[in-house]
Design a protein around this ligand. Structure first.
Ligand code: ATP
Length: 296
């Protein structure tokens, strides 16, 4: 029986600039997405209806019904292709849930890629990306991986070159943060300020292209960090521990609560992960590399 497997990476945001709220309720964003080597695996085989079976360390926290983003993605693809096909999706989750790593979006992208192949659709990239955008702002990036500037809600993408591999440590927390809650807190925090249009500095893209780690370290920035720290003050301890143990820089990933640290090389990242795990300021710490590719 034909089985198609997609391996889709988690993402971090190297820059997340959050602009004013738009008339549709979304915030205007300018961000640099960066895929890292922590993957969910999504497989698909033919079935009468679309269903999902979840395995892995985060099974308990992942919905296994039709609210699962992989199921929503497969159904939306079938609708767009005017098909009545079904699929049994198996999602092996290694990406923590509600962690600011876009794990649900990764599963949605994986389901789109796997079902596109399984059902023999060969949908053009632009159409697949438009189905993805209907599922969530981070799903179009999850289809392509690597590193890309995202604008609009994050769905308008421009891939950017990165020289070599970057080394990071992800410090994950027990218990997630809700993305809408974090945005709401940010709106409260800056209710007295005029919010400028979001932007990504050209210097950041230049630092990525030339692998200038010292320049990159000072340019990493997340507008949501202040709100995430207000909702989860213990993350300040995690960020401090990373700095104390030699990270070049640390920041909250997306809407948190995962904290991400830049390391000089693979050996430093490995050592930093051990020190962070031992610091007691996070649940787990794992060394990863970017920019990771999507595989089918
Ligand atoms: P983002 O950074 O894209 O805002 P996140 O990484 O913080 O998201 P996710 O792991 O994508 O968060 O989960 C957000 C919510 O989506 C969870 O609370 C969960 O109930 C729901 N969800 C639906 N399908 C999935 C899935 N396949 N994996 C994880 N969460 C899912």
């Amino acid at each position: 029986m034909l089985q198609v497997i997609a391996r889709v990476p988690a993402k971090i945001n190297l820059m997340l600039s959050v602009g004013p709220v738009r008339s549709d309720g979304f915030h205007e964003l300018a961000t640099v997405f960066h895929a890292v080597s922590l993957y969910d695996e999504i497989s698909a085989v033919h079935a009468d209806a679309v269903t999902v079976h979840v395995t892995g360390p985060y099974t308990d926290q992942t919905p296994a019904d039709e609210s699962n983003l992989a199921v929503r993605a497969a159904r939306s693809l079938a609708r767009r292709a005017r098909l009545r096909s079904g699929a049994l999706l198996r999602v092996h989750k290694e990406i923590p849930v509600a962690a600011g790593l876009a794990g649900g979006s990764a599963d949605a992208a994986g389901a789109l890629l796997a079902c596109d192949r399984l059902w023999g659709l060969r949908m053009p990239e632009s159409r697949l990306s438009s189905v993805a955008a209907g599922l969530g702002s981070d799903v179009p990036f999850a289809l392509i991986g690597g590193t890309a500037v995202g604008t609009g809600r994050g769905e308008r993408l421009r891939p950017v070159p990165v020289r070599g591999e970057l080394h990071w440590v992800l410090a994950t927390a027990d218990g997630g943060l809700s993305t809408p809650d974090v945005y709401r807190r940010l709106d409260d925090l800056r209710s007295d300020r005029k919010v400028p249009a979001p932007s990504v500095p050209g210097e950041l893209l230049a630092a990525l292209e030339s692998a200038d780690l010292d320049a990159l370290a000072v340019l990493l920035h997340n507008d949501l960090q202040e709100a995430a720290l207000a909702l989860r003050p213990t993350l300040k301890d995690t960020l401090r521990a990373g700095e104390e143990h030699g990270a070049l820089a640390g920041l909250v990933s997306g809407s948190g609560p995962t904290c991400v640290f830049l390391a000089r090389d693979g050996a430093s990242a490995g050592a930093l992960a051990v020190d962070l795990a031992a610091s007691g300021t996070c649940a787990r710490a794992v060394a990863v590399t970017g920019h990771a590719a999507v595989g089918t």
